[in-house]
Design a protein around this ligand. Sequence first.
Ligand code: 13P
Length: 241
Amino acid sequence: MRKIILAGNWKMHKNQAESLEFVQAFKPEIDNTDESREIVLCAPFTSLTVMSKNLHGGRIKLGAQNIHWEDKGAYTGEIAGGMLAEIGVDYVIVGHSERRQYFGETDETVNFRLKAAQRHHIIPILCVGETKQQRDAGETENVIIDQLKKDLVDVDRGNLVIAYEPIWAIGTGDTCDANEANRVIGIIRQQLDNKDVTIQYGGSVKPDNIDEIMAQPEIDGALVGGASLDPISFARIVNYQ
Ligand code: 13P
């Protein structure tokens, strides 16, 4: 059975007070949300501890936005898996296009980070996606298949979430057509032996397009940036019809 996972990626937004304010406003909005829907908030590192305490015992899962592949060492500015696991982090985003684009993340380091997450029993959310230029050149399928092949070397397909995030759709309001997202996610699924991997769509997901996105048979959830920053907006996404 494929699990439905709705995850918010707060990126570099919200300090501790703002994170808690969100949680307080968000919780009552999901009182009647079907238990089969997994809800995840991927917060900045500085908010994780206080959120973990607040979310303990509840249904909202906690996610981080990066993880280093070594368990400790001289890696200034990085966070180790054990540090995240200790405070109860359940998920971690790996290989987001912003990490690849602005911070030199490569398929090799993405692969190391995926394996580190699994070693610490944290479920990685692997992001893949093509640029506008690659899409226009008809390279979408090849780019995605190549990313998957390199990123997933020796990665356990039983403890993994994949997010298809076309780069041109991130933060632009230019959502990928739901049918097209469904088609690419179908191609991603074909590359996996485990057909139960949850595959999300990400890129300008909003309250007004989530219903159509979730109606697609291959799409098992969403990874939401901007629209996850507001509790009412993210609640509407989680409570898609
Ligand atoms: P937006 O929802 O703001 O387009 O961001 C998507 C994203 O990058 C989620 O990881």
